[in-house]
Design a protein around this ligand. Structure first.
Ligand code: NAD
Length: 490
């Protein structure tokens, strides 16, 4: 299914399921439409899967677990992973174009971040497995204990729409590296790059049935069919916290192993002793990159009062310089949000902010020069109290709130006053303060004087209601493999 695509694209692009090495439609031929959020045009039809397609895919994955894949050596799996990475880079412009059309994000961002990093996910885990050991313990020369790692089995993957290929490959690469097979359900709003990835995997030598993709909806659709299926051993899910609750309930009767990467409402704490130019440059990204549709975006900005005014002036000025519009135009920094429903949701939060007495310092609505597409200008809101819903709830759009603070203890308390615990950013040039504050912030991922700087060996994930478990390096293998301990009496 080679798609010839340049920036003028060829439509329509239909997405079928990929089961047991073949692209197939739904049994009942049911489809739904895929809409480009930047143009509101129809991109193509997506096959709508449900229980039957999930069952077919799970059976294929179960068979593949016992087939030739089982006999792949670590080195052979590593080679296949490398080839998938190569396959992604060989088609990176096409994949970036598809990602931009599916999500509304800038093409340049898709190319540089989503697609390039997707390939690196495979390169990283290809290398990682070749040096992965297990523990052994000699007990008083009377017994030898060693652990043995085996795949979990059939892994169900459920993904969100904000970083479609990047987050899917972040799960798929370690899943394959550990020798599992999988059934993946991409977000219903962003099916295209996953569909192409199936072909890339096949060409790279992944045996039929090892990876399967079923498109469709979440609740009462392919998503819940996957989480309820008795022959799925584990579910890895990235998405909203409330969906995590539903998945946990659905997976409970068959006691599946679970990994959850959920929502966030991350604090960005700026102390007066930080380098303001650096702060502004990075805060623009941590606020508005990918239209603010990144789980790690720092949407609650706390600024020490002595630099509050200066920060606001510079931040508003630089925000107004961000180019918003056609994702395919050079230099576009902010594209469209994912769709009509989300557009209405984000705007409704801006209304709540106004009702709560907030001041819209910039943005707050659709940009005047864009009459169609789901565009919202980058929005900065001040003057809200700490318990406004805009400060408390995840908006997941190009909207940030700014609040001044006076003391370290006060800002720590504010930062932690949330059910979420995903990420946090701290800006200070005082080394002791940086450690002191970082140790007290309740978040799984804490950056000091930077944001979104990733090393794939490090633990990635959230605490509180932002997740269960960690991904990255050895932490991924803790989820994607089962360890057995073997004891030999000497
Ligand atoms: P979502 O929870 O609405 O949907 C995610 C996926 O779950 C989709 O594929 C959807 O079809 C499926 N789904 C929905 N209901 C389901 C159900 N009952 N059973 C099974 N599957 C179901 O999330 P979204 O709107 O696509 O993504 C945005 C959310 O994802 C935000 O909250 C964001 O913070 C979070 N996110 C978290 C991380 C992280 O690493 N922690 C990364 C990216 C996004």
């Amino acid at each position: 299914m080679q798609i010839q695509l340049n920036k003028n694209k060829t439509l329509p692009i239909d997405c079928k399921h990929f089961i047991d090495g073949q692209y197939i439609p739904s049994f009942n031929q049911k489809t739904f439409l895929n809409i480009n959020p930047a143009t509101e045009e129809v991109l193509g039809k997506i096959s709508e899967g449900g229980e039957l397609e999930i069952d077919l895919a799970v059976k294929a994955a179960r068979r593949a677990l016992k087939g030739e894949w089982k006999h792949f050596t670590t080195e052979q799996r590593s080679i296949v992973l490398r080839k998938i990475g190569d396959g992604i880079l060989a088609r990176k412009e096409e994949l970036a174009a598809l990602e931009a059309m599916d999500t509304g994000k800038p093409y340049e961002l898709a190319l540089e971040v989503d697609i390039t990093r997707s390939a690196y996910n495979f390169y990283f885990f290809a290398d990682y497995i070749t040096s992965l050991g297990t523990e052994s313990h000699m007990q008083n020369q009377t017994a030898l204990h060693y652990s043995y790692r085996r795949p979990v089995g059939v892994v169900g993957m459920i993904n969100p729409w904000n970083l479609p290929l990047l987050l899917l490959t972040w799960k798929l690469a370690p899943c394959l590296a550990a020798g599992n097979t999988t059934v993946m359900k991409p977000a219903e709003l962003t099916p295209m790059t996953a569909t192409i990835l199936a072909e890339i995997c096949k060409e790279a030598g992944v045996p039929d049935g090892v990876i399967n993709i079923v498109h469709g909806f979440g609740a009462n659709g392919a998503g819940s069919a996957l989480t309820e299926h008795p022959d799925v051993d584990a579910i890895t899910f990235t998405g909203e916290t409330k969906t995590g609750t539903a998945i946990m309930k659905a997976a409970a009767p068959t006691l599946k192993k679970l990994s959850f990467e959920l929502g966030g409402k991350n604090p960005n704490i700026i102390f007066a002793d930080s380098n303001l130019d650096e702060v502004i440059e990075t805060t623009l990204k941590s606020s508005f990159m990918n239209q603010g549709e990144v789980c790690l975006c720092g949407s609650r900005i706390y600024i020490e009062r002595s630099i509050y005014q200066e920060f606001l002036e510079k931040f508003v000025e630089k925000t107004n310089e961000l180019k918003i519009g056609d994702p395919f135009e050079e230099g576009t920094k902010v594209g469209a949000v994912i769709g009509k429903e989300h557009y209405d949701k984000v705007l409704s939060y801006i209304e709540i902010a106004k009702e709560d007495g907030g001041t819209i310092l910039t943005g707050g609505s659709r940009p005047e020069h864009l009459s169609s597409g789901y565009f919202i200008s980058p929005t900065i809101i001040s003057g809200l109290s700490h318990d406004s819903r805009c400060v408390k709830e995840e908006i997941f759009g190009p909207v940030v709130t700014v609040l001044p603070f006076d003391t370290e203890d006060e800002v720590i308390e504010r930062a932690n006053d949330t059910h979420y615990g995903l990420g946090a950013t701290i800006w200070t040039n005082d080394l002791r303060k940086a450690h002191r504050v970082a140790h007290q912030i309740e978040a799984g991922i804490i950056w000091v004087n930077t944001w979104y700087l990733r090393d794939l060996r490090t633990p990635f994930g959230g605490m509180k209601q932002s997740g269960i478990g960690r991904e990255g390096g050895i932490h991924s293998f803790e989820f994607y493999s089962e360890l057995s301990n073997i004891t030999i009496k000497l």
